[in-house]
Design a protein around this ligand. Structure first.
Ligand code: 13P
Ligand code: SF4
Length: 366
């Protein structure tokens, strides 16, 4: 689609900006009731409360992929999340199901850090250097084309919940891993599995070069130089300040944070793991959480008997996740009720078939 067509299709009609919150909520509920089980709304934990409340199922990336693969009754899957999640839902859902992302501008900057052409060029160079010794793995926070690249090269996808399992599986197949696009999740996971930092190199897609000092034969993990711009805002300085101000505060972060932050934190895990940990924590316990703002705010609201703060005092928002707001959701639902599917996400069949290979390998291990 050219850029003008994209912008036209994606323009929220004025009337949805004028409607009150109550009117928008009533409309969302009415369309849900009208469609019944033919409409299914998925919501990631980082979504705003105003749309999250309408999700039939909420979850972390792994849970949402599992639900998308299982959910067969709905004709329409509305994804309150970001583009790569909607693509994954399209790949895993059946042919009769249509996936809708209420605002097409809800991308993921990290996913965009690994472009398929860069990955193909990197692969040629890495095969030249290391021969057929590498399994490519990609975090699900990647484009369908990158998932397809992993699928056709005998690799798999991973999420922050199952990364250790998938890396362990990959090491039973070949001696090296190329991990795209999040260097931090890759590094944190490999480190937990006992791989030394000195056995990890970084692939710089801009310079098309391996960043490593020493004997390349020792490299076990090649980390794509990508990162999450939200989680990189949590720093060791934030942790030091909290430790000084209140030594009882436990620090829990997402593994998209950098190695130094994860190292200093008390614990780390996926959004689902963070929620579970807080649910199971005793009343009166104190937590500083290093993850996206909407989830931290929801944890604060849901656990008034625990002291919860953001690890970064200014909170860290994912701008693209926040693009899915109630007006966009109601717009997409209203159009569906009129028989128009807008903001549909489709993955071309050839790409989807190979991406599914990578996703299915992960789902079998999960
Ligand atoms: P999880 O919900 O799988 O932990 O993923 C976090 C994330 O950054 C999604 O974009
Ligand atoms: Fe992407 Fe980070 Fe936003 Fe998740 S939180 S969608 S990884 S930019």
């Amino acid at each position: 689609m050219d850029i003008l067509a994209f912008m036209k299709q994606n323009q929220l009609p004025e009337k949805y900006q004028q409607m009150t919150k109550e009117a928008l909520e009533a409309r969302a509920q009415a369309v849900k009731t009208y469609f019944g089980e033919k409409l299914f709304i998925l919501g990631h934990h980082y979504q705003r409360d105003e749309v999250f409340q309408f999700a039939d199922v909420s979850g972390d990336s792994l849970q949402l992929s599992q639900v998308a693969a299982r959910q067969k009754a709905a004709d329409y899957i509305v994804f309150c999340g970001v583009h790569f999640m909607a693509e994954t839902a399209d790949v895993l859902s059946s042919d009769h199901q249509q996936v809708i992302l209420p605002d097409l501008r809800a991308g993921c900057p990290m996913a965009d850090m690994a472009d398929i052409h860069q990955a193909e060029r990197a692969w040629v160079q890495l095969q030249d250097t290391f021969g057929d010794t590498i399994t490519p793995l990609t975090y699900v926070n990647s484009t369908a084309a990158i998932k397809a690249f992993c699928g056709r090269n005998e690799g798999a996808t991973v999420t922050s919940t199952n990364a250790k399992k998938v890396l362990t599986w990959a090491f039973t197949r070949k001696e090296r891993i190329l991990f795209l696009p999040d260097q931090h999740l890759g590094r944190n996971t490999a480190y937990d599995l006992g791989i030394l930092l000195s056995e990890m190199a970084v692939w710089d897609p801009e310079k098309e070069a391996l960043i490593y000092e020493g004997d390349v034969a020792k490299i076990k993990v090649i980390l794509w130089k990508g990162h999450c711009s939200v989680h990189q805002n949590f720093t060791t300085a934030n942790i030091e300040q909290i430790r000084k101000a209140d030594p009882e505060m436990r620090i829990l972060v997402h593994p998209e944070c950098c190695r130094e932050v994860v190292e200093l934190a008390d614990d780390n895990g996926s959004t689902h793991y963070i929620i579970q940990t807080i649910e199971q924590a005793p009343a009166g316990s104190k937590w500083a959480i290093g993850t996206e703002m909407n989830l931290v705010k929801r944890l604060i609201a849901n656990h008034p008997n625990k002291e919860i703060i953001s690890l970064n005092p200014y909170f860290c928002a994912c701008l693209t996740m926040n693009r899915i707001d109630l007006p966009h959701l109601v717009w997409a639902l209203d159009e569906l009720a009129k028989g128009n599917v807008i903001n549909r996400i489709t993955v071309a069949k050839a790409v989807a078939d190979e991406a599914k290979l990578a996703l299915d390998r992960m789902l079998r291990l999960s």
